[in-house]
Write a protein of this length. Structure first.
Length: 52
């Protein structure tokens, strides 16, 4: 039972860190371009290089 005194605060701290990280990514617009990566993977490498 003594281990619960350690495990409960540790799990609450880790959960809080995960929540903080998620909120930080949402506020810094990390999820803004959801279609760009999906379309970019279908392009050939030649299409990505701009031609003069």
């Amino acid at each position: 039972m003594n281990i619960l005194v350690v495990l409960i605060p540790v799990s609450l701290v880790l959960g809080g860190l995960g929540l903080f990280g998620f909120i930080w990514t949402v506020r810094s617009n990390q999820y803004e371009d959801t279609e760009g990566a999906a379309a970019r993977i279908l392009m050939r490498d030649d299409d990505l290089v701009e031609k003069d």
